[in-house]
Design a protein. Structure first.
Length: 117
């Protein structure tokens, strides 16, 4: 993969009404997900605290109820706030990609705010 493929030159929302930015291209999302799935499910050489990465991965997938390691997960995360159109589109994209791959889509809520005391 070339360096040009790894970076998007202009991270601005399209000015035209009804347009959207998807990067990488949807076909790349599918092919990269399949490549990641294959590589990560067999990564027993990489260890975290002595445990092979593929074992940790299977345990984490099981913890969210995803026990079929052959099915890829397509996930996205966003802050816990009212969903705006960009997040809505992201949810549609991960669901479409998961469906195309025979996998499952997950949306994770990300909350990094400190509690107000």
């Amino acid at each position: 993969m070339s360096n040009a493929a790894l970076s998007y030159p202009d991270w601005k929302a399209p000015a035209e009404d009804g347009k959207f930015l998807i990067w990488p291209e949807p076909s790349q999302i599918v092919s990269q997900t399949l490549a990641n799935q294959k590589q990560l499910s067999s990564s027993d050489q990489i260890r975290i605290s002595g445990i092979p990465l593929n074992e940790l991965r299977r345990a984490q997938r099981a913890a969210i109820g995803h026990i079929d390691d052959a099915k890829p997960i397509v996930a996205a995360g966003h802050q816990t706030e009212l969903i705006h159109p960009g997040v809505w589109v992201k949810h549609i994209l991960i669901n479409a990609a998961a469906r195309a791959l025979g996998g499952v889509a997950y949306q994770f809520a990300v909350d990094t705010d400190a509690p107000i005391i």
